[in-house]
Design a protein around this ligand. Structure first.
Ligand code: C2E
Ligand code: MG
Ligand code: MG
Length: 709
């Protein structure tokens, strides 16, 4: 039996080997001999676990409950000490503390973890009371215990859970706080204090209540300006509603918090705080990028249209609005000649100047390329609008100094006004564009208003483009020829092919009325192909010394297949009999390509005439760079209007230039004998004009070859 007890004891207490109980055999005092013991035992017997030990700890009595819980029999317990149920859980000092207390005659109470005979553990709430004799001397100890295993386990589990919860809360990337149903803070992690900027004294009396926190926040300006009581009340009300909420708060220090409140089922709520300052910055950048032009920082088309819509909403309430659309004169050539970095710098500088000449309430936007626009809100009179347009023109007329380069550009402006010209953004933009287009074609560096008639002209253009498309499909074009004569002999040296559109209602339409539209509508390539083919076909029937001239548009020159098309059209006709006429304004646009294509055509023998010389940029350098054989002096130099002397002087200069550069000079638009006499006098080589013949059908022109005109 003793061995059995020893083993059991050894199991429960790993630290100390029990001494084999000598006292087990000793005569133990009888319970009834101990004063008061019996009455205690009887009183407590049915209430819990009862035991009585001698002063040196030997068990002399256990009740049934003790045995039931410890799973030892009475025989196994009596004579042993309580160490038999020692679980090893408590430190030695724990029991020492007890001994000190009870040996002094005082009761001792503590929860104890014990170990039953089968190795299972149980917790008791133990009260040890010294039993005393009449003189007050300790005679024995009575231990009365309640089993509290369940409660302790629950408590431990709860503690563990709380610890886990705290761990979770600390590992949460943001701040977190938990409020109970009475709106008291019961848990929070450390981060919350930094994120929300709680002052230390808020926590000096333990965890604060929700109201204390809110009040402190309101005072520190966390909720922005406003009446403290109102700010607090608003938040108290929201907390009481127990609905989930999410909000972004900009703190006084500029950081942003995302705050989510989630109600808990039993009342109270959890609030989380995440610092979203970086995310906000990114969002701002993205929003900026989406709505602003990256190069100039100005609003882009998207934001611009949005602003127009806003401004239009005000127009509907009686306000006014002017829309200025502008594009830069000569920007493309700056970009082409000085390169994109200079072009970019120029656009930035332009943006800066534009912003300086408008009011803060107006919007300057970059719509793309060299297109800018201004929304002028609330102009009171046309004078207000013109003032802005003039300021813009003046600002951009000033040369720009960009690094080494001094650049002069300039701008043209188209203006449209709401509500007069339109009440929606698209309409206004379209109208301003139309006005701009017209202003530009009238000359640069000016502004012009949209007029209703412009719009009908636009409609007309559309109609013409449709008609041209149809003419292409139904062989609706004719080619007329205007002879060119040698000034000395007045005999035909060549004919210029001029296209006519035989319109079902309008009859023969001259080229000047539809070629620009065909160019704009992208039909010129097809039309040009037809002209080339037809002109070469006709010329083959003519004497070999008569050339044919064909007018070429920019788009044709840009298409690299022009060389093949010309070869095709020529067939077996010598290339030298074909003259291609190009106006100089066309060369400005894409010099590189133009030069390449012209060089290749010239290599096969095709000749070139510079048409309408003197009207466009008249840069002499073109004559040097491009392989021209002929200069056609624009007919405006022939016209009997303007300064006659000046015209004559210019004509002579051009003729002289032709001599020097070994180019033939041709006078266009010769209408009278008088003009002709003058030309002959000035040394012009060839002449063309109504004096000799209007453009006529091929069948007519072929009659001119044999005689003087
Ligand atoms: P351009 O090449 O300068 O053609 C001369 C224009 O002046 C022709 O007008 C002609 O009819 C007109 N003209 C000729 N002699 C006189 C005159 O003595 N007095 C006056 N007042 N005018 C005269 P048209 O046929 O209307 O052609 C206008 C422009 O259209 C041409 O100017 C040319 O640039 C272009 N064009 C004509 N045909 C074609 C073509 O087949 N293809 C292309 N791409 N353009 C063409
Ligand atoms: Mg011509
Ligand atoms: Mg011409």
């Amino acid at each position: 039996m003793a061995a059995l007890i020893d083993t059991a004891y050894a199991k429960t207490n790993r630290k100390r080997q029990p001494r084999a109980s000598k006292s087990a055999n000793r005569q133990l005092p009888k319970i009834d001999k101990i004063v008061g013991a019996r009455s205690y035992i009887d009183a407590f017997d049915k209430l819990g676990i009862v035991s009585v030990t001698t002063l040196d700890g030997q068990i002399i009595h256990v009740n049934d409950e003790f045995m039931r819980i410890s799973k030892y029999s009475r025989d196994e317990l009596v004579g042993q000490t309580h160490r038999i149920v020692n679980s090893g859980f408590h430190r030695r000092a724990f029991f020492k503390g007890m001994h000190e207390k009870i040996s002094k005659g005082e009761p001792w109470r503590a929860p104890i973890k014990n170990r039953a005979r089968d190795g299972s553990f149980y917790w008791v709430d133990a009260l040890v009371v010294p039993l005393k004799d009449r003189r007050g001397k300790n005679t024995a100890y009575l231990s009365f215990q309640f089993e509290i295993t369940k409660a302790v386990e629950t408590h431990i589990e709860l503690q563990e859970r709380t610890a886990t919860l705290q761990g979770v809360m600390e590992s949460f990337p943001g701040g977190i706080s938990v409020f109970d149903r009475n709106l008291r803070l019961i848990l929070c992690n450390d981060k919350v204090k930094n994120l929300v900027g709680y002052p230390d004294d808020l926590f000096s009396n333990g965890l604060p209540t929700f109201e204390q926190i809110v009040r402190s926040n309101a005072k520190r300006g966390e909720y922005g300006p406003g009446d403290i009581e109102a700010l607090v009340a608003e938040r108290m009300q929201r907390a009481a509603q127990a609905v989930p909420h999410q909000l972004e708060r900009r703190r006084p220090n500029g950081t942003y918090l995302e705050i989510r409140g989630t109600p808990l089922t039993g009342g109270g709520f959890v609030t989380t705080y995440v610092d979203i300052t970086e995310r906000k910055k990114d969002q701002d950048t993205i929003a900026r990028l989406a709505h602003h032009d990256a190069l100039t920082g100005l609003p882009n088309r998207v934001l611009f249209q949005d602003r127009i819509r806003h401004a239009l909403a005000r127009v509907r309430r009686g306000d006014t609005l002017a829309l200025h659309c502008l594009d830069l004169d000569r920007f493309k050539s700056v970009n082409d000649t000085l390169g994109h970095p200079v072009g970019d710098a120029l656009l930035k500088a332009v943006a800066g100047r534009l912003q300086n000449v408008v009011r803060e309430s107006d919007t300057v936007a970059r719509l793309g390329g060299d297109e800018f626009a201004i929304i002028q809100v609330g102009p009171q009179s046309p004078a207000d609008i013109e003032a802005v347009a003039k300021r813009v023109i003046a600002a951009l007329a000033q040369p720009f100094k960009l690094g080494e380069n001094i650049i002069s550009i300039g701008t043209s402006i188209g203006i449209t006004i709401a509500p007069d010209d339109g009440d929606n953004a698209d309409q206004l933009m379209k109208n301003a564009d139309l006005a701009l287009y017209r202003t530009k074609s009238a000359g640069r560096g000016a502004f012009g208003y949209f007029e209703q008639e412009l719009q009908s002209r636009q409609a007309q253009r559309h109609e013409i483009a449709t008609g041209l498309q149809e003419a292409l499909e139904t062989d609706g074009f004719e080619l007329h020829y205007q002879p060119t004569v040698n000034v000395q002999t007045r005999r035909v040296v060549g004919c210029e092919a001029l296209i006519r559109w035989s319109h079902p209602q309008r009859g023969l339409v001259p080229a000047s009325e539809f070629i620009p539209i065909a160019e704009e509508a992208g039909l010129i390539n097809k039309i040009g192909d037809w002209v080339l083919k037809r002109a070469c076909r006709d010329a083959k029937r003519w004497p070999e010394n008569v050339w044919v001239a064909v007018n070429i548009s920019a788009a044709q020159l840009r298409g690299h297949d022009l060389v093949d098309k010309v070869s095709d059209a020529l067939g077996d006709m010598p290339a030298s009999r074909l003259m291609l006429e190009i106006t100089e304004s066309l060369l400005v646009q894409d010099k590189e390509t133009a030069k390449t294509v012209m060089d290749r055509l010239r290599a096969i023998g095709v000749r070139f005439a510079l048409d309408d010389f003197g009207t466009g940029f008249s840069s002499l350098s073109y004559l040097q760079v491009f392989p021209f054989d002929k200069i056609k002096i624009d007919r405006s130099f022939m016209a009997p209007i303007g300064d006659q002397k000046r015209s004559a002087a210019l004509r002579r200069a051009i003729v002289q230039l032709g001599h020097t550069l070994e180019m033939t000079t041709v006078a266009e638009g010769v209408e009278t004998e008088e003009q002709f006499a003058q030309l002959a006098n000035e040394g012009c080589v060839e002449a063309q004009g109504y004096l000799f013949s209007r453009p006529v059908p091929e069948i007519v022109v072929s009659n001119f070859f044999e005689r003087k005109l």
